[in-house]
Design a binder for this molecule. Sequence first.
Ligand code: GLN
Length: 283
Amino acid sequence: MTLRVLLADAASRLRDAGVPDARHDAEALLCHAGGFSRESLFLNNNLPPDGQLAERYASYVGRRMRGEPLQYITGEAWFYGRRFAVGPGVLIPRPETETLAAAALSIADGGACRSALDLCTGSGALAVTLAAERPGLSVTATDISAEALAYARRNAEAHGAQARITFLEGDLFAALGSRPGAAFDLIASNPPYVRSGDLASLQREIREHEPAIALDGGAGGLAFYERIAGQAARYLNPRGALLLEIGADQGEGVRGILESRGFKGIQILHDLSEKPRVARAFL
Ligand code: GLN
């Protein structure tokens, strides 16, 4: 038995279990089980697995076959070129959220932008990216979930950004409590936006493993946009910017909400697959 045979066997079992990207996941899990980089795995794939590797690998492959997300098994996800620790209880950062990060970074480049608030920070992907990429920015990050915030804090430390991010637990702006002078140049959020009725039809990795609280946007999917847009003006500095990740079919709905709350310069930005993904508006 060599690593190569072990890998091929796992890939075919994952494929039979209906796992998309079976070969990719089989490789990633073998690297994780053996502490290999991709390169060292391929340089050594004619060697037999040593010690407990085969058993550990079989257990990871079994979990993936039962629908557990790859990132929960390996404990990591990549976002904007950085590694984030993730696990059950926190939403895995999505590639489409890099569109929100890019839009936030470009607003942070405007000379007048000194402070940013990230609502529903989850793993901290957005807050940590902002703090790490723009050292002059002071970042506040909130989440209603203590479990998610624990990951976010850990990720901030891993990227040396903990000193410039204030983490607060609570429901949207309520997390700020009565902090004096809580006003920001930028408020950004990737809130839950899946329609409650659509949660049951998400892929099983999401439906059975990721926290519904991070996904459920109420009956119409727009509940958090209503709440954020309704309160954001009190927490934004003059000419401050609001950036919201949105579902691909929510552009018009979110534009209407922002208009009714008096926001100006509303634009819907698209992600790399040309789907509406971020609403940008100014006070
Ligand atoms: N894009 C996410 C998904 O597909 C939804 C994220 C969210 O609700 N903020 O699961």
